[in-house]
Ligand binder design. Structure first.
Ligand code: GUN
Ligand code: ZN
Length: 436
């Protein structure tokens, strides 16, 4: 049944293209704007002066003037099972996995624990303005049920999958090539395409799968049209050297995935730091996407992702928090750290481009830009309401930030979950800050 129209009024900002390609034309900005939603979808976005007179008498208008209204954030790489080990001290990737990650993920054998963490994780995404995420569960099929159940209850867009891992890990987290294949197949049948949920075949990374399991992961991805595939590649130099020993026949780390049929549309690779141009060309040609995870890359000392080279060679790129290697659920903080990575590379990242990457860019990297990512009519009405005066310092700094670009830059540099006044999912409030 058709629901009544709802309207929110505020400073409406969304993207139509990548500012790196289209410049100012990429941005749609209505300083006093109106966003109209009905039946969970965007009906229109535009200037309030134009749209208000067209509203039927009695249409409720929520007045959010003074706040920014942007499309919900897209986190293209995160581990829900690592929520309780965020901020674990003192290691780089491989030792960090052994010391903290594997023991924490073992707890997900318990469905009650998995359910409790999944609920917290989804609430935390919404509290941070993230309405779509691509997430790793653990090797336990029940961990996927818990996560999809929690996301479905909140009507979120979520892509997730069971970790495939049959070597180079503790016994208590090991599956087999055959069992991993069967469990993944059952989970695809149970969850893929249910409401806004999509399944991702999830080989953890090449070192923790046997060649047999890698082949079956490629087969799952080929056998089920529309499913995703997620993994990690070229994050840490020790890891890269290890992969060269394990797969001596491969030209590069990325080439391992290519050989097993794991590159293509809807495949998403976290990190992509230590790639060469042949790898980048191959990602671009196959339609695979990189997830740039700056807080994780800095925290684990992994390296600096080359955003400019990825763009120059036509790769799809989204942003990921990579919690718990990453240090924040906030896409605002993630943007701030992405800027610093660019600074360390001698480059830069404009605020417009940063917010594009967190919204439409992320949606494009996940092949979801037909559904989400901006406020074109018919898109799913997921949006975040940002308060540019959420703290005394932010209020003081944004009071004289006169351009939109400056305010967005201050938000990504100083902002975090405190700035998220509300998050709407499918045209309904899903989370609201207490002093809203
Ligand atoms: N590579 C393989 N597993 C992981 C993980 O859990 N986190 C990160 N950051 N990298 C990985
Ligand atoms: Zn990761």
């Amino acid at each position: 049944m058709t629901q009544p129209l709802r309207a929110v009024r505020g400073e409406v900002v969304h993207f139509l293209a990548d500012p790196a390609d289209a410049g100012a034309a990429a941005l749609a900005h209505f300083p006093d704007g109106l966003l109209l939603v009905r039946d969970g979808r965007v009906e229109a976005a535009g200037p309030a002066a134009e749209l208000l007179p067209q509203l039927a008498a009695g249409t409720p208008v929520e007045d959010l003037r003074g706040k920014l209204i942007l499309p919900g954030f897209v986190d293209t790489h995160v581990h829900y099972a690592q929520t309780d080990m965020i901020a674990s001290y003192g290691e780089q990737l491989l030792a960090w996995l052994e010391r903290y990650t594997f023991p924490t993920e073992a707890r997900f054998a318990d469905p009650a624990y998995a359910g409790e963490v999944a609920a917290f994780f989804c609430d935390e995404l919404l509290r941070n303005g993230t309405t779509t995420a691509m997430a790793f569960a653990t090797v336990h099929p029940g961990s996927v049920d818990a996560l999809f159940g929690a996301a479905r209850a909140r009507r979120m867009r979520l892509i997730a999958g069971k970790v495939l891992m049959d070597r180079n890990c503790p016994d208590y987290l090991r599956d087999t090539a055959e069992q991993g294949y069967l469990d993944s197949t059952a989970l695809i049948r149970r969850w893929h395409g249910v409401d806004r949920l999509r399944y991702a075949v999830t080989p953890r990374f090449a070192p923790t799968s046997t060649p047999e399991q890698m082949a079956l992961a490629g087969r799952l991805y080929a056998e089920h049209p529309g499913v995703y595939l997620q993994s990690h590649v070229a994050e840490n130099q020790g890891e890269v050297a290890w992969v060269a020993e394990l797969y001596p026949e491969a030209r590069s780390y990325l080439d391992v995935y290519d050989r097993y049929g794991q590159l293509g549309e809807r495949s998403v690779y976290a990190h992509c730091i230590w790639l060469d141009d042949d790898d980048r060309d191959r990602m671009a040609a196959t339609g695979a996407a990189a997830s740039f995870c700056p807080t994780s890359n800095l925290f684990l000392g992994s390296g600096l992702f080359d955003l400019d080279r990825a763009h120059a060679l036509g790769m799809r790129v989204g942003l990921g928090t990579d919690v718990g290697g990453g240090t924040s659920f906030s896409m605002l903080q993630t943007l701030g750290e992405a800027y610093k990575v660019q600074q360390l590379r001698g480059s830069s990242l404009s605020a417009e481009r940063a917010f594009y990457l967190a919204t439409l860019g992320g949606a494009r990297s996940l092949y979801l830009d037909g559904e989400i990512g901006n406020f074109l009519p018919g898109k799913e009405a997921d949006f975040v309401v940002l308060d540019p005066a959420a703290s005394p310092l932010l209020a003081r700094r944004t009071a004289h930030a006169d351009s939109l670009a400056e305010r967005l830059f201050v938000l990504m540099t100083l902002g975090d979950d405190r700035c998220v006044a509300a998050t709407w999912v499918l045209g309904e409030p899903a989370w609201q800050r207490a002093a809203y």
